[in-house]
Structures are given as structure tokens and as C-alpha cells.
Unconditional design. Sequence first.
Length: 231
Amino acid sequence: MTRASLNKQPHEVASMFDDVAERYDLTNDVLSLGQDRQWRKEVAKAVDARPAQKILDLAAGTGTSSQPFARAGAFVVPCDFSLGMLQVGKRRTAWMPFTAGDATKLPFKDDTFDAVTISFGLRNVQDTDAALREMYRVTRPGGRVVICEFSHPTWAPFRTVYTEYLMRALPPVARAVSSNPDAYVYLAESIRAWPDQPALAGRLRAAGWSKVAWRNLTGGIVALHRGFKEA
């Protein structure tokens, strides 16, 4: 079994997600106490996919996050660099155009998509700033980006409890339900090391995005960041 390190070598991260692909959705549901379903609903609202729009869903994994956009009538491309995840997704939802791709070197032309979104995946990319620039490149003028990622709880006492949960409770729970529990130790460490809400907003602006804003979900355990590419 593979566990990536915080230097996030792409082959290590991809291999780690290959290992957890079969039970990934179930494990996330258990570890988040079911909150991940509500978070994904909020992402769908923020993306606001419309019929005939083109949506790029990065780090789409098995395609669970892509389905709300398809149901809204948009043309959605689920993209991931874990072939194991894509294979599981294709087996479950054969009609979706699953695409293998690295977020730092996307296999799409400039100005292609009305919206680009990534949920719980930007944290696993080796070069965050390169990924934000690539998302900007493939978004059409007037289009938008929506990023859903674990963040920093805003209330200090809760932040302490949450950090304890991540490092102490999460690994044993993962051992019970995941095919690769060590992967979830990495995930806990990567959440702790991730920049806070204002810092990520600053990186979005540096990549070219305008009207950058964020809002916290579940007390800041998760944050939704949004930005626009000026027309």
C-alpha cells in the first residue's frame, strides 16, 4: 500500500488514490460523519451549472462530484490523475467522459470551460499555484472557478478539538473502513499543513482570478472559494 508524503510527488499521490479507489466514497462518508454530502450540495450551488455549459471537474475521482452538474444539463468532464479512480468511475457511470489529466498541465485548450471546480483535491497537487494558473487558462473569459477544500476552523477551541480528531481519531476509523488506512494519515497531515482561507484567496488573486471570495462551511472545517476570469 502507498502513502504519499507532504512533498506530494505526483506518482505517489496517484498511486495512493489508486489504492483507495474502490471504497473511497464510503470512507469519506464515514470520516466526515455524512457532512461530505452537504458540502457537495454547496459546491453544486456555487458552480451553478446551466444547460449547455461546459464544466471541468478536477480531482473528480470516481465522478461522484460531477453528477450534479450533469443532472443540471451541463456537459461535464470529470478529470483526475489517478487511473484507479477513473476506472472505478467509468465502471459505475460509463457515459461520463472521464479524462486522465494532471492539474498542473491540463490537456485542454485555452478558454474552453464556463466553470472549473475542484473539491478536496487542490491540497494534493504538488504545485498549487501552477494548478490555479492552469484552471485560469482553460476557463473562458467571464467564467468562474469554485474550490472546495478543507480549511481552518474559525473558532479556536473548536480548531483544537478538530486537530485532535484529525490526528488521533481519523486513522483508527480509516483502518476500519478504508482499503489503505495509511493514506488517511497523509490526508490528515495535509489538512493541517494547508493554508488558511485568506492565504488561499491571495494565491487565487496572484494566479489572475478576480472578485475572489470565500465562505466557511461547518465552522471553517471546509471553505468554498470562488473567483472569476474577467471578460
